[in-house]
Design a protein around this ligand. Structure first.
Ligand code: EPZ
Length: 432
């Protein structure tokens, strides 16, 4: 069996995670490359002849994306030990298979990658975490704005850019991360000047922007407006090596863990600048975060954690992808906390699992009210989505008694070697 399938099978075979209580963590952990940067960069590999990605996170979502690239005709070489992947060669198909696309949300990025590379794409609606309806109307509206034909056939969306496509002077109705990334990827194929307004400015979007600059595309940002200047195809770089930025959500997950158990916990290979809102909320809650350098911090457990209020928002606001992990922490903070989820309409499923562990949480619409309890108790719980699974891991480590998290595939979709990293810190966790 080839390496890619072997890796997918080796992660995919685990069903649950067993967690034993952990009294404290003293040690250091290194953050992997960002999943949500790697995915648009993998889609961008369709735009060049030969791309090597360094600091590449080997986890299920990125492995699924590599498998899609192979089915689209690209050659893929994996170097897991060096955290490196090489994608090269031409495109032989423009159809993204349903079985793979339905496994993760990031598959929608192949729409932009294919449109930018060859002007047409057949993609299924994406899968991913069940955290709301997650429409892609903005992605399709942008393609239509460029003059593309958009058709729905047999469960697939077929998009054809008619040549010559009109200019991409477009304003998004709402801020969308992958929508902005898809627009950027598509525009690579259309020579000239374009303007995108009301764009997402998440660090992962800006990582794609940096990559496009390396390729030879001029991108300027003014607030939430981006001006993009695409030179003739012949002037673009065709072979390059690019380093994926550190995963700010994985980093944030370890910071929360450090806030509960750090004696202290040192977190390395992160980018402090991308973690402003997370560090601010940790500090408000009574956690001491000591910034040692732009890429390294140490976190000391908060002796008396206080309840705080959180409202998720597009970057630079508090990330929706950190809300679940904070909920686990605030479950044992002194006093009350309020979390308002403003990005996704159904992202509180972890609250009901945390309740099984003794947390006192009331959910009303997009608001969760948390009344801190003395401690959590181990239980059999179920991971309902990726970040929910991270919150349950945190809860399991601070709980009294054993915890078993079912449906652990969600964690393996988005965290590289989480079990090994925790074991390296002395935690007793076992994938089963
Ligand atoms: C990205 O999802 C991330 N995924 C998510 O990470 C993250 O939670 C989210 O951005 C917000 O930061 C990837 O990067 C692969 P959106 P995305 O489009 O792009 C609505 C994780 O845990 N919307 O910014 O799908 C949408 O329903 C995951 O790693 C439309 O209405 O999110 C949501 O309410 C989960 N129409 C809001 O916008 C559209 O066409 C923001 O979604 C597009 C989005």
């Amino acid at each position: 069996m080839e390496v890619l399938d072997h890796l997918i099978n080796s992660y995919g075979r685990f069903k649950r995670l067993l967690i034993k209580p952990c009294g404290g963590i003293k040690g250091e952990v290194s953050v992997s490359g960002a999943k949500n940067s790697a995915l648009p960069l993998l889609a961008a590999s369709l735009l060049v002849e030969d791309l090597t990605l360094e600091n590449f996170p080997f986890l299920l979502d990125t492995l699924y994306a590599l498998k899609i690239l192979k089915l689209l005709g690209k050659e893929v070489e994996l170097f897991p030990d060096r955290k490196r992947v090489r994608i090269y060669g031409g495109i032989t198909s423009t159809k993204v298979p349903l079985e793979l696309a339905s496994l993760f949300r990031g598959s929608i990025l192949f729409l932009g990658g294919l449109l930018g590379a060859v002007g047409k794409a057949i993609v299924p609606p994406p899968g991913g975490c069940p955290i709301g309806s997650r429409p892609i109307d903005q992605h399709l509206k942008f393609a239509e704005h460029l003059g593309a034909d958009v058709d729905f056939e047999n469960g697939y969306i077929s998009v054809n850019l008619k040549a010559p496509a009109s200019r991409g002077d477009f304003s998004f109705d709402l801020i969308t991360v992958t929508g902005t990334e898809n627009a950027l990827l598509t525009l690579v194929g259309i020579e000239g000047e374009h303007t995108l307004r009301n764009v997402a400015l998440e660090p992962e979007v800006l990582d794609l922007v940096n990559f496009l600059r390396e390729v030879g595309i001029n991108v300027e940002t003014y607030g939430r407006t981006m001006k993009i200047e695409v030179p003739p195809k012949g002037k673009l770089k065709r072979r390059l090596t690019y380093r994926v930025i550190p995963d700010r959500i994985e980093a944030g997950t370890f910071l929360v863990l450090g806030g509960l158990l750090g004696e202290p916990l040192r977190v390395k290979n992160l980018n402090v600048d991308n973690l402003g809102a997370v560090i601010e909320k940790l500090t408000l809650s009574g956690v001491r975060v000591n910034v040692l350098s732009p890429s390294e911090v140490e976190v000391f457990r908060g002796e008396t954690l206080r309840g705080i209020d959180i409202e998720t928002a597009p970057y630079p606001g508090f990330p929706t992808d950190m809300q679940a992990q904070f909920m686990a922490m605030l479950s044992v903070a002194r006093g009350n906390s309020v979390i308002v989820e403003r990005i996704f309409e159904n992202r509180f499923k972890h609250a009901f699992e945390l309740q099984k562990m003794g947390a006192n949480i009331a959910v009303k619409g997009n608001t969760a009210l948390i009344e801190g309890v003395e401690s959590l108790k181990g239980a059999k719980v179920k991971a309902t989505d990726l970040r929910a699974s991270a919150s349950l891991v945190i809860a399991g480590l601070i709980a009294r008694g054993e915890t078993v998290i079912e449906n652990i595939g969600h964690l393996l979709r988005g965290y590289e070697d989480m079990d090994k990293k925790l074991q390296g810190l002395g935690c007793e966790v076992v994938l089963l």
